[in-house]
Ligand binder design. Structure first.
Ligand SMILES: Cc1cc2nc3c(=O)[nH]c(=O)nc-3n(C[C@H](O)[C@H](O)[C@H](O)COP(=O)(O)OP(=O)(O)OC[C@H]3O[C@@H](n4cnc5c(N)ncnc54)[C@H](O)[C@@H]3O)c2cc1C
Length: 462
C-alpha cells in the first residue's frame, strides 16, 4: 500500500478505535496473517473494534480509501479464508465477545461475533439450555467464524449445523451501513432469506456484528461408546445398522487405521492389536431413551463384528474420549510432515464405505499418507494428506485433491461439508457448481460489495 495512503488510513483508524485497537508492528501483523490452513500473508494493519459502531466507521473509512478488509475470528479456519491475501486491514472481532442475552422462554441467545463457541455452550448449559453446533475447535473458534463458515461438528448428525441455529443477524455492509436480517422469533418469512445468505459467505458479503441463535433444552443424559473394528466396512456397517434400527445417535465419529495409530495411546483403553478402524458413538436424551439407545447400539456393534467396545462410565471418561477425538487434527500436525492438507468432503451415508475404500486405494498410486477421520454419521470425512514437499509435486497434489473431490461429487456428495472454500478449495468449485451458478453467486457478491473490498480473493477465482 502506498505510504501516503497507509498513513492516512492509520490516522483515521486510530481516531476510530484508539491506540489499543490498532496493531501496526511487524510482529503483530504477522500474528494476524495466517490461519490453520498454513497459508499466510501480512496485512498492512490490524484493527480490533470494541463495538458495532466502530466496525461501521472502520468499513466506511476503508471503503472510501478502497482498502481491502479481511474479517477474522480466531483464525482456526482450514482454507485460508481469514488470510489477508490482498493485504489491507485485518478486522479481528475477538474483542466483541459479549453474550448480550440468554432467553430461556424464547429459547435464544443474542451474542457478539467474538464469543468463543465453547464459552457460549457452557453459559447456556448453566440455564438448562443447549447450543448444539460443536466444531472440534470449540474451545477457541468464534461464533462469528462459525456463522461465516457455516461450521458443523460431531453433533450435526442429530442436531444439524450452525446454519440451523441462526435466527437473525446484524451485519455491517461494504459501504459501512448496518442491516438486520431474520427475526428473534422462532418463525419468520418476510422477504428473501438474507440470514442464510450470510451464513457460509466467509466474510465476503458483510461483517457479522451480532447474532440471534436458537437454543434447545439441554439433554440430561449421555451414553458414549468407543468401538474397535478389524475392517473399515464393519465400522461403517455398524453406523448403517444404527439408522436402520431407528436410532439417531447424537454423534458417530470415525478414525481410520493410521489416525487411530496417531492418537491411540491417548485413549483411556487398550487398542486391540488387530484394530483397523475406530468409532466413537454417542446417544443423548433422557435416562430412558439413552438406555434404549445404548441397547440398540450394543446390538449393532456385536452384529457388525466389533472386536471390542467400551462404554464411558463416568463423565471424566466421556470427556477424555472427546478430548482425544478433538485432538486428532493437532496430533496429525505433530507427526512432523512439512505439508498437511485437510479436505472435508461429505457423501451420502450409503456411499461412505465406497468413499473410504477409494481413499485407501489412492495411497497405492500417490506417495502420500492419507489419514481419514471425521463425522461418519453424516458422511463428512476429513481427508488429511500428509507429506514432505520434496516427495510430491504440486501437480500430483492437485490431481489427488481433484480425484477425491470428483469421487465425492460422483457419489452424490459435496467438496466441502463444513470448512468452506476460502483460498485452498477455490480451484475446485467447478467440480461441484455449474458455471451458471458460479456466475449468479459472483453477481450476488457485486450487489453486496461493488468495490470488492470485503475479503477479496476468496471463494471465487478471478
Ligand atoms: C483443530 C481444529 C478442529 C476443527 N474442527 C472443525 C469442525 O469440527 N467443524 C468445522 O466446521 N470446522 C472445524 N474447524 C475449522 C474452524 O475451526 C471453523 O471453520 C471455524 O468456524 C472458524 O472460526 P474462527 O473464529 O476461527 O474463524 P476464522 O478462521 O478467523 O475465519 C473464518 C472465516 O470467517 C470469516 N469471519 C470471521 N468472523 C467474521 C464475522 N464476524 N463476520 C464476517 N465474517 C467473519 C473470516 O473472514 C473467514 O472467512 C477446525 C479447525 C481446527 C484448527
Amino acid at each position: 500500500m502506498a505510504l501516503f495512503r497507509k498513513s492516512h488510513l492509520e490516522k483515521g483508524l486510530l481516531k476510530i478505535v484508539g491506540p489499543s485497537g490498532l496493531l501496526s508492528s511487524r510482529e503483530d501483523r504477522l500474528c494476524y496473517g495466517f490461519d490453520s490452513s498454513g497459508l499466510e500473508q501480512e496485512p498492512s494493519l490490524v484493527v480490533l473494534p470494541d463495538d458495532p459502531l466502530q466496525v461501521k466507521e472502520v468499513i466506511r473509512l476503508c471503503s472510501r480509501l478502497d482498502v481491502p478488509i479481511t474479517p477474522r475470528g480466531a483464525g482456526s479456519g482450514t482454507t485460508g479464508a481469514a488470510v489477508p491475501v490482498s493485504g489491507g486491514v485485518v478486522l479481528c472481532l475477538l474483542r466483541m465477545n459479549r453474550i448480550l442475552e440468554i432467553d430461556p422462554v424464547e429459547m435464544m441467545a443474542r451474542v457478539q461475533p467474538g464469543v468463543v463457541t465453547g464459552v457460549l455452550q457452557k453459559e447456556v448449559e448453566k440455564q438448562g439450555l443447549f447450543y448444539p453446533p460443536d466444531p472440534a475447535s470449540l474451545n477457541f473458534c468464534t461464533i462469528g467464524g462459525n456463522i461465516a463458515t457455516g461450521a458443523g461438528g460431531a453433533r450435526a448428525v442429530k442436531y444439524g449445523v450452525t446454519r440451523d441455529y441462526v435466527r437473525g443477524l446484524k451485519v455491517v455492509l461494504a459501504d459501512g451501513s448496518m442491516i438486520e436480517t431474520g427475526s428473534a422469533t422462532a418463525k419468520g418469512v418476510v422477504g428473501y432469506d438474507l440470514t442464510n445468505l450470510f451464513v457460509g459467505s466467509e466474510g465476503t458479503l458483510g461483517i457479522v456484528v451480532e447474532a440471534v441463535l436458537k437454543l434447545l433444552p439441554r439433554p440430561v443424559a449421555y451414553g458414549t461408546v468407543a468401538a474397535f473394528f478389524e475392517r473399515i466396512d464393519h465400522a461403517v456397517d455398524s453406523v448403517t445398522c444404527l439408522f436402520k434400527s431407528g436410532l439417531l445417535p447424537s454423534c458417530a465419529e470415525f478414525l481410520d487405521e493410521k489416525t487411530l495409530k496417531a492418537v491411540g495411546a491417548e485413549l483411556p483403553m487398550e487398542v486391540p492389536p488387530d484394530a483397523r478402524a475406530f468409532l466413537l458413538v454417542e446417544v443423548d436424551g433422557d435416562e430412558a431413551s439413552v438406555k434404549k439407545g445404548l441397547g440398540l447400539l450394543t446390538a449393532c456393534l456385536k452384529k457388525e463384528k466389533a472386536i471390542s467396545f467400551f462404554e464411558a462410565s463416568t463423565s471424566r471418561e466421556r470427556q477424555k474420549l472427546w478430548q482425544v477425538r478433538r485432538g486428532v487434527s493437532p496430533a496429525l500436525k505433530r507427526l512432523g510432515f512439512e505439508r498437511k492438507i485437510s479436505e472435508d468432503i461429505c457423501v451420502p451415508r450409503k456411499a461412505i464405505k465406497e468413499m473410504l475404500l477409494f481413499l485407501k486405494g489412492l495411497e497405492e498410486h500417490f506417495p502420500i499418507n492419507i489419514f481419514s477421520f471425521g463425522h461418519v454419521g453424516d458422511g463428512n470425512i476429513h481427508v488429511n494428506l500428509l507429506f514432505n514437499s520434496d516427495e510430491v509435486s504440486e501437480e500430483d497434489t492437485s490431481s489427488l485433491i481433484k480425484a477425491i473431490m470428483k469421487k465425492s461429487v460422483e457419489l452424490g456428495g459435496t467438496i466441502s461439508g463444513e470448512h468452506g472454500i476460502g483460498i485452498s478449495k477455490m480451484p475446485y468449485m467447478g467440480i461441484e457448481l455449474s458455471s451458471k451458478v458460479i456466475e449468479l453467486e459472483k453477481d450476488i457478491k457485486k450487489v453486496f460489495d461493488p468495490k470488492g473490498i470485503l475479503n477479496p480473493g476468496k471463494i471465487f477465482e478471478g
